[in-house]
Design a protein around this ligand. Structure first.
Ligand SMILES: Cc1cc2nc3c(=O)[nH]c(=O)nc-3n(C[C@H](O)[C@H](O)[C@H](O)COP(=O)(O)OP(=O)(O)OC[C@H]3O[C@@H](n4cnc5c(N)ncnc54)[C@H](O)[C@@H]3O)c2cc1C
Length: 413
């Protein structure tokens, strides 16, 4: 029998593909993990993931659409800078900046190498300076990314973000600097959301697997030599183990201890303020907030039947105490300054959610550590997958693909 740890999008996708006998062990009472929803105050809120990115993965789109219909959205994301809403990604839309800022940026970008970034991994600061020049790095990339990562850019490596920092062709930069309308498409121009809700999709996706899922069963120990997982409710023998729990935690519950110290796996923790607003005053999906006056790095709307659902995200220290009143003040300030509310009374309800492991940090240790740890686990018949299992930067569509590929390989073994 195979055992899958976690009934998030990765665990469910692996289960959809596995042909042999298997069991999914899920510590919480609900399916979906960060691709699911939770309820508070009578409202449903997305946990983490919102929109699906299918454009280079038509086979994944066809697969999930067998379970649930999806709606297509033309991306409308903005950067909020000096009181202006400028289309995202900024490097494609320099026309939104005043000439005194636009012209030096344009000159520096044109002097850079241009085109898709390639070559060996270099530090993120040098990568950004080489491709975008110091003016755009100072104006946007450094304040935004340092707020997000909470550490200097020179401490991280470039090229691990799966295209979220696209390097446009020079002609696209020039076109975007000349016209105010979004004439250069940028990256990731469309995305998808389940036509019911995220949870409706997860419920449809998980339904055929219901008999094989054990909720409220947390894996607390793994003994690879005996091919045994121990949970709070029992223990199970496995032939192969697919784990979607965070890699650092997986290594921490293995006996004997593995030669990869947990503290070397660096990650971010995120505080999400989920809120329901009285009305929708802005039309964008995501709004990026590089300025330090905002403690949040990103805010956004997502589709919700009958309500206006928004979220605000900020990076926090993993175990920091939360001052809920202060966070509410920050949320009111941010929503007001960006014109998403006229006053605090337009926030009908809000809820704070901590995501302890939300984004992996690609520091200099990552290339040495992570591939070696994953290979070491595979040699013990443990396949650590998903965004946190593979300790990578992936979307839900990437996670589905990796899970299906992993299960497909096990089917052939
Ligand atoms: C703030 C934020 C915004 C995001 N926005 C997007 C977006 O718009 N689009 C997009 O594509 N992606 C987005 N993502 C990423 C997306 O949420 C993830 O890629 C995806 O949900 C990961 O799924 P997973 O199944 O690999 O992991 P998880 O969702 O973490 O699932 C793992 C499951 O394992 C269970 N588990 C953990 N430990 C144990 C244990 N010991 N025993 C048993 N069960 C256990 C957990 O309860 C969970 O259900 C976002 C992520 C964050 C944090």
């Amino acid at each position: 029998m195979n055992v899958i740890i976690g009934a998030g999008i990765s665990g469910l996708s692996a289960g959809q593909e596995l042909r042999s006998d298997f069991l999914i062990l899920e510590k919480s009472s609900a399916l979906g993990g960060l691709a699911g929803q939770y309820r508070a105050g009578g409202f449903a809120f997305d946990h983490g993931g919102h929109y699906f990115h299918f454009q280079d993965k038509p086979e994944i789109q066809r697969h999930v659409e067998m379970f649930h219909a999806f709606r297509r959205y033309r991306r409308n994301s903005k950067v909020f800078l000096q009181g202006r809403f400028i289309p995202y990604s900024l490097q494609y839309h320099l026309a939104g900046l005043p000439a005194r800022q636009r012209n030096p940026i344009l000159a520096e970008v044109l002097a850079g190498p241009g085109g898709p970034a390639g070559g060996p991994a270099q530090d993120l600061e040098r990568f950004l300076l080489a491709h975008f020049g110091p003016s755009l790095v100072r104006l946007f990339f450094a304040p935004y990314l340092e707020k997000f990562y909470g550490r200097p850019l020179a401490a991280m490596i470039a090229g691990m973000d799966k295209g979220s920092i696209p390097v446009p062709r020079k002609e696209d930069v020039v076109a975007g600097a000349l016209c105010r309308r979004p004439c250069a498409e940028g990256y990731n121009p469309v995305f998808y959301y389940p036509s019911g809700s995220l949870q409706a999709f997860i419920d449809d996706y998980g339904r055929p697997l219901a008999a094989r899922i054990r909720c409220r069963e947390e894996v607390v120990a793994i003994e690879p030599a005996r091919k045994l997982v121990v949970t709070n409710g029992g223990s199970y023998r496995y032939d192969s183990l697919i784990s979607t729990m965070p890699l650092n935690r997986l290594l921490g519950i293995m006996t004997p201890p593995q030669p990869f110290p947990r503290k070397q796996f660096h990650h971010l923790s995120t505080l999400v303020v989920n809120a329901v607003l009285a009305r929708r005053r802005r039309r964008f999906h995501w709004l990026y907030l590089p300025e330090t006056q905002f403690p949040f790095y990103r805010v956004g709307y997502y589709p919700a039947a009958g309500t206006v659902a928004v979220y605000l995200e900020k990076t926090i220290a993993a175990d920091s105490p939360l001052d809920a009143r202060q966070v509410r003040r920050e949320a009111v300030f941010t929503l007001k300054r960006t014109g998403m509310i006229a006053g605090a009374e337009e926030i009908l309800f809000h809820d704070l959610k901590r995501i302890p492991v939300s984004y992996v940090v690609f520091d200099r240790g990552w290339p040495r550590l992570v591939p070696a740890a994953l290979a070491h686990l595979r040699r013990q018949s443990i396949h650590s997958i998903g965004r946190y299992g593979s300790w990578n930067y992936t979307s839900m569509a990437d996670d589905i693909r990796l899970a299906r590929e992993t299960a497909g390989r096990l089917n052939k073994a």
